[in-house]
Design a protein around this ligand. Sequence first.
Ligand SMILES: [Ca+2]
Ligand SMILES: [Ca+2]
Length: 207
Amino acid sequence: MFFSSLPRLEALVYATLILFVTKGTSIAQNSHHEPKPVIPIYSDEAVWGNTVDAFRQGTGLGGFRAIPNFSYVLGKPENPDYNTSVSLGRGGSLTLSHRRDGQIVCFVNNPQDYDLEVITPPRNYDVNVAEDISISISLDPAGLSWKELGTFSSDMFPDGVLRIDLGDVLSGYHVRITDPPNGRKHKSAPGEEIEGVRLRWPCLDVS
Ligand SMILES: [Ca+2]
Ligand SMILES: [Ca+2]
């Protein structure tokens, strides 16, 4: 057990070291917003988004998923398909986080691996129509500043699992999924269908 978890522990320690070193620099450069240092949670458990912080469903859904059931995007998706998803609609957006004992959990950038998973129905459910989704994360627990990580097309992840690296971002708190205005969309069910969000490297603030 201990030895099998060593590579991940090493990766997290490494990420933490980078965090502290780089945070020191960023604080000196930007006194307006001083991010708190974070520590990884040393656990092999995946952490799934368990809180919907904001949702604005877009247009064009007709009867399809037009009444969102938030339980579909909370926790680990058991059997992802269109009947267990929340559809963004045209121009919609959904913001999730993971909370533990009332406190928002952050996530770090593991420099050796990707960092977030957004789960959607596998492609075979969507009659070969690819849809685009944009992903942003908040850089602070209050959601005051945000960083866009990019726009992704669902035909890039036919298994329904969008794997995202944080790039040059060190850590985040909320995950926002948006239907981009000029992105590709399904004609009768525009906007990607969302099943869940997984934080691969969860962490806690150092208070
Ligand atoms: Ca990474
Ligand atoms: Ca759709």
